[in-house]
Design a protein around this ligand. Structure first.
Ligand code: SF4
Length: 334
């Protein structure tokens, strides 16, 4: 088997940012040694090897991987796909830790009075690299700061629903640059999105709760499910004070919604003020929308600013009743 990594050189002579990030991920995971050849699609040279390969395989993104095996060439458009289907294939599955390995009630008693950082340290010690923070691009950026300070290699992912605000995309890049970290951006299945939009329209979520849940399922829940299936535990920035649906949130939960995976909520007992005190004290970059009256930020069409005194989640799916305002990412945890 031979693996070729095709990277892109932009018109200005610089290597594309995503190519650099993928190389860094391969290096961090000690996986560069599996890459037999790196070639470049040089935008200044139509005859460059990489551009010829891109044309030959009808690929218009970079980087991508060509895996040649017994005379057949297969294309992998993302690092995660290569990792899952090629690099990890045939490996003995690593021993997975599950909720059965822990006394969750005892742990909750132990960590209830402890700091978020202490819970994160425990989580990383038990599960890294099979644990990752699901970062929403909002004020849970405080957890990004805590996590990176504990372990710069801690994993962070975010769901790009395709409907985020420009300010959220801007924050993702600012955080990436500020901390010098990779953020795993997870996308929905393109075919499912196309089918949904074809059948129900682009802004289907305003038509009914059912349509809104369909959109959240395809754009958020399914991609999250795919990501969590590769992990033993995940971390969120959820807090009890965020919504009527979150008042009983525990710091450590068994998330039956996603196959019984362990879910850590280090900010569960923090208030809105605690989070913002931390952000300001530590000079953490934050989403500009917060300064424009958005205490809670989700997708652009489903979030709006709130008036002083209004509930902090009042701007999320504001046309629905508060009791049902969850997207399916955070329900039914034990
Ligand atoms: S928040 Fe709105 S746009 Fe985003 S996935 Fe849910 S329904 Fe779709």
């Amino acid at each position: 088997m031979k693996i070729t990594l095709v990277k892109k050189i932009k018109e200005d002579g610089k290597e594309c940012k995503k190519c650099l990030q993928v190389t860094e991920r391969l290096r961090a995971g000690d996986e560069l040694r599996f890459i037999d050849k790196i070639v470049y699609a040089d935008m200044r040279d139509p005859d460059s090897v990489g551009l010829r390969l891109a044309k030959e395989h009808n690929i218009d993104i970079a980087p991508f991987f060509i895996v040649e095996n017994e005379g057949t060439a297969s294309i992998y458009k993302t690092y995660m796909e290569l990792k899952r289907k090629v690099l990890n294939k045939g490996k003995e599955p690593e021993k997975k830790k599950t909720s059965k390995d822990f006394d969750i009630e005892r742990l909750n008693n132990e960590f209830e009075a402890k700091t978020p950082q202490e819970l994160l340290e425990w989580g990383l010690k038990e599960f890294h690299p099979c644990i990752a923070l699901a970062w929403s691009g909002a004020e849970d950026v405080a957890v990004v700061d805590m996590l990176v300070k504990i372990n710069p290699k801690a994993r962070i992912f975010t769901l790009d629903t395709g409907r985020l605000n420009p300010e959220t995309y801007d924050l993702i890049d600012r955080v990436r640059e500020r901390y010098g970290i990779d953020i795993e951006v997870i996308f929905p299945d393109a075919a499912e999105v196309e089918k949904m939009v074809r059948e129900h329209g682009v802004n289907l979520f305003y038509q009914s709760v059912e349509n809104r849940k369909l959109c959240c399922n395809i754009r958020k829940v399914q991609p999250l499910k795919r990501m969590l299936s590769t992990l033993d535990a995940w971390i969120t920035g959820l807090r009890r004070d965020q919504a009527v649906t979150r008042t009983v949130l525990k710091k450590i939960e068994v998330d039956e919604n996603f196959g019984g995976i362990i879910k850590l909520n280090p900010l569960a007992d923090w208030s809105h003020k605690d989070v913002w005190d931390y952000i300001h004290k530590n000079n953490v970059p934050y989403n500009e929308l917060h300064d424009r009256g958005y205490p809670s930020i989700g997708c652009a069409p489903c979030s709006r600013s709130v008036k002083p005194g209004e509930d902090i989640r009042a701007g999320r799916w504001w046309w629905e009743f508060p009791e049902g305002r969850e997207c399916g990412l955070h329900v039914k945890s034990k």
